[in-house]
Design a protein around this ligand. Structure first.
Ligand SMILES: [Mg+2]
Length: 403
């Protein structure tokens, strides 16, 4: 990455705004059907349960955040009913009882939530809704509030399929559709070298990367061999091969095996401090040019923490990009808007060749430009929420009075 910081970027400040008097919060459990199963090293999902959190103010503003975790605690320790429980039992009562249901500043709820360790997906649903309230109250687009500068952001296809044949078919469909980058989910039982070698031979110029979702063991010689052999395919990056909460072993493996392909940390980066620790460890090994960060706003507690991590990445000259969690359309648009931060230069997991869901809760869906980018919305949050669809798709909901 260039040593020059972008001239047109000024790190944003947290906004000042009139207070929000919350009247009620509604937690929705939705179970939307996917148009195709999504397979990773930890499972295959045909239906994706998710949690939405609506916040209403006494003066009629409404906002909807998502906690796009999984039904099971497989990506990390959070899961759908854990999010629902922590929202009901802790986060919403904290805002009601400690803050009187009134938000005068981002720091109000973020400081209140600090007592609750982890649970970043749950916190992020509240944080997403907060930003939508700020956007409405100030009449400013999210891109301005978060300091975004890129008018369009590169987008890639995240391919999670069960067999080599299925991977080849879906990769062909994505290339046909115009995606300039393909990310393939891998795991030790897949013939990784055959799959990636075949794809590289077929698409010599495409940006190709792999994501192991923490399925490999840094001490298993067979796993070491497979990962080290990926260097021959000129991949853009190898994402999170080792344990979901490890940082050190990733760096040590890269240094000891002189792996030229950069490693991206996903699951391991849950806080700004984690990102700092990773930068420091890679520096100690003398391999700072080979650490990339996947910033998923819900995984780190929301968009402001993501801005802070991206700012750190600029200072540390680390490449970044924005991953996804099969978020529904509002979350996807908010991720795209965050991805206009100047640190996020690599393609993000923002869309698929066909929509993720048979039904969605907002329109329009993101669309891919011919150059494999998505245009960043200059106004609002990129989409309108269809509240009728939210209600129709709801399996169960819980209303919490906030004052
Ligand atoms: Mg990942």
């Amino acid at each position: 990455m260039s040593d020059q910081l972008p001239q047109d970027y000024a790190a944003p400040d947290l906004p000042e705004h009139d207070s929000f008097e919350l009247s009620e919060a509604t937690i929705y459990h939705l179970a939307p059907e996917l148009n195709f199963p999504f397979t990773t090293s930890f499972g295959s999902y045909k239906r994706r349960d998710t949690v939405l959190l609506a916040l209403k103010t006494t003066d009629g503003l409404v906002a909807l955040g998502e906690a796009p975790t999984l039904p099971d605690p497989a990506f990390d320790s959070e899961y759908v009913f854990g999010v629902i429980d922590v929202l009901q039992r802790f986060l919403l009562p904290m805002v009601r009882d400690q803050l009187g249901g009134t938000l005068t500043h981002y720091d109000d709820f973020w400081t209140a939530f600090k007592k609750i360790k982890g649970h970043h997906f749950a916190k992020s649903s509240f944080e997403s809704a907060y930003w939508q309230l700020v956007m409405q109250r100030l009449g400013q687009p999210l891109v301005g509030l978060w300091g975004g500068v890129q008018e369009s952001v590169p987008a890639g296809f995240s391919l999670g399929a069960k067999t080599a044949e299925e991977i080849f078919q879906r990769a062909a469909a994505a290339v046909e559709r115009g995606f300039g980058r393909i990310k393939v989910k891998i795991w030790p039982e897949l013939d990784v070298v055959h799959v990636i070698g075949t794809l590289r031979e077929k698409y010599p110029d495409i940006m190709l990367q792999v994501d192991a979702n923490s399925a490999f063991d840094p001490r298993d010689p067979d796993h070491q061999r497979v990962l080290a052999s990926l260097d021959q395919f000129e991949l853009l990056l190898i994402e999170q091969p080792f344990r979901h909460d490890d940082i050190f072993d990733h760096a040590r493996f890269q240094a000891e095996h002189d792996l030229r392909t950069p490693i991206t940390l996903d699951e391991s980066i849950k806080t700004l401090e984690d990102a700092r620790t990773a930068a420091e460890i890679w520096r100690m090994f003398g391999i700072s040019d080979r650490l990339f960060l996947n910033i998923k706003p819900p995984r780190v507690g929301g968009y402001w923490q993501s801005v802070l991590i991206a700012d750190l990445a600029l200072q540390e000259h680390l490449e970044c990009w924005v991953g996804g969690m099969l978020d529904m359309t509002p979350g996807k648009w908010m991720n795209i808007i965050f991805a206009s931060h100047p640190a996020c230069r690599l393609p993000g997991d923002h869309m698929q060749p066909q929509p993720y869901y048979q039904q969605d809760i907002a329109t329009p869906l993101p669309t891919l430009n011919p150059d494999s980018t998505i245009t960043v919305p200059k106004t609002g949050m990129g989409c309108e929420i269809d509240w009728g669809a939210v209600e129709k798709m709801t399996v169960e909901k819980w209303i919490v009075k906030m004052r």
